[in-house]
Design a protein around this ligand. Structure first.
Ligand code: B16
Ligand code: MG
Length: 214
């Protein structure tokens, strides 16, 4: 019998791969400002907030902007990104995720989102996953980004559980650190060589089941 009362899921890289759409939109911004960056550099933007991502990208292009200009470009990037999000379909949900969420519901284990994105509800709607979630904590609720534990502590609060009863699912190093700092068990989704601080690492939710929860 599992002691876990809530599972807290990151969005990008765990439920669905939105990184490809962020990349396209950020790249368009860079190109309009007269430079380019690679998919390899894009890796550094995963799990990082919109404005922090913009700062990194402007640095790569050696571009200095005023605060107002930064906000304008971030808004423009977000509208390009949303054009892509609007075309998303349930086929894009990562393998094994719906089956695992269903099994959590059957065991009365709470399900919450813990994401840096301000667009998480819309994305969950487009991929028809919103109905699984008992709570959504995202970029609209938090004041401190990962690796700060705030997003996951708010997830525990929203599901009326204690941190020690929560399991976090994360694909980013900063997200794994946030889950550990919150005092939670962390399942890394990706490579064990990268997610070294996670308690266990899976490569896909096809490997995950309720009996692997603590
Ligand atoms: P938005 P996660 C993160 O999602 C993305 O990984 C990151 O690339 C993005 O900048 C951030 O959300 C903010 O997204 O611009 O939609 O508010 O991994 O925390 O679910
Ligand atoms: Mg992520």
């Amino acid at each position: 019998m599992t002691q876990t009362k809530a599972c807290l899921f990151d969005l990008d890289g765990v439920i669905v791969d939105t990184a490809i759409y962020h990349f396209q939109a950020w790249r368009r911004l860079a190109n309009e400002l007269g430079f380019d960056f690679t998919e390899h550099q894009n890796e550094q933007l995963k799990g990082i907030s919109r404005m922090e991502s913009l700062e990194l990208i402007l640095n790569w292009g050696n571009i200095t902007l005023t605060e107002t200009e930064k906000l304008d470009w971030a808004t423009r990037k977000n509208s390009w990104y949303l054009d892509l999000v609007m075309q998303m379909t349930p086929n894009e949900v990562l393998e094994g995720v719906p089956e695992f969420l269903k099994s959590l519901q059957e065991q009365n284990i709470k399900i919450a989102l813990g994401s840096a994105s301000k667009n998480s509800k819309l994305i969950l709607e487009k991929i028809q996953m919103l109905h699984y979630f008992d709570a959504i904590i995202d970029g609209n609720n938090i004041t401190k980004g990962k690796p700060n534990p705030q997003v996951f502590l708010l997830g525990a609060e929203a599901t009326n559980t204690q941190p020690a009863e929560c399991v976090v699912f994360e694909d980013a190093v900063a997200g794994v650190q946030a889950g550990k700092a919150a005092g939670m068990t962390v399942v890394g989704v990706g490579s064990p060589e990268i997610l070294t601080e996670a308690d266990i690492v899976i490569t896909s939710f096809k490997e995950m089941s309720v009996d692997r929860l603590p």
